[in-house]
Design a protein around this ligand. Sequence first.
Ligand code: SF4
Length: 348
Amino acid sequence: MADMLLSDALLRWYRSHARALPWRAQPGEAPPDAYRVWLSEIMLQQTTVAAVKPYFSAFTERWPTVEALAAAANAEIMAAWAGLGYYARARNLHACARAIVSDHDGKFPETEAELRTLPGIGAYTGAAIAAIAFGKSATVVDANVERVIARLHAIETPLPKARPAIRAIAESLTPEIHAGDFAQAMMDLGATICTARNPDCQRCPLQGACLAFRTDDPGRFPIKAPKKAKPVRRGTAYWIERNETVLLVRHPERGMLGGMRALPSTGWREASPGPADAPAGIDWTRYGTVSHVFTHFALELEVVGGRALTDEDHQGEWWPIATIEEAGLPTLFAKAVALVGAQRENDQ
Ligand code: SF4
């Protein structure tokens, strides 16, 4: 199948099989508002559609325009993002909204090149906004698209080395018109039919052009370079209680979990922190350990708790324990809090 025929076959399939998603326009409808496309694409980075949906509704209800988001307090945005992970995205989201309001009169620029000058918008997101919101012929390559193309061409070179070749093929397939529908069609095909495990080739509109389909194991593609085991780091988090409140701190703006509320904790390093690192003057109880996997390392976080005799020696915010769910803690610390809660229930 020549490139144009393949694009046409995919677009035809998309017209009757497009996923209905809250940030989408259906095929043939006017393109969605760039604000909604941008917000959804930032949220979808490394995050599933199912996880993003409630956050997308909450954000668009609370901040329906880019101006409203730009005017929000940073702490509110960080708290509303809590649980979605990769918090640098939320910091950049706010910086980007402010840049659009102050430098672009509240309107998203339409070209990939201009979009990429904005905070948090890289090659993928710039292309997705240009194609989906503005109909530009931009090539959008996410993990779904990568998988579909690696299979169509039965590419034996492992990822990530195969990426330049995959991008070149994606560029040759991208049509001049309907580029937004084409990008979303590729994503939908990868998400619903050409899935990572057990691709449903019998329902695939591209079966006739697919080299992997002619092999006995299409799901073998894309070939992946063997993964290196993630290094393990260790640390301790402190649940410090006083008068039905618990001490929370805010991580510095720059760095991991930047700007997020958290339990006080040691640094995270290869060796376990010793008791000498613990805040003084408290009789500690050990609650257990929570595990969390970040992009570059796995963390084993020991959770210990105790009562502070005074609040003078502790810097931070004393948060009511009864409303701790509203503190907007990132997932790692939400797990630590859940561990403490379970232990406290057992002890009652
Ligand atoms: S035929 Fe199978 S492997 Fe090939 S693109 Fe379609 S679903 Fe993927």
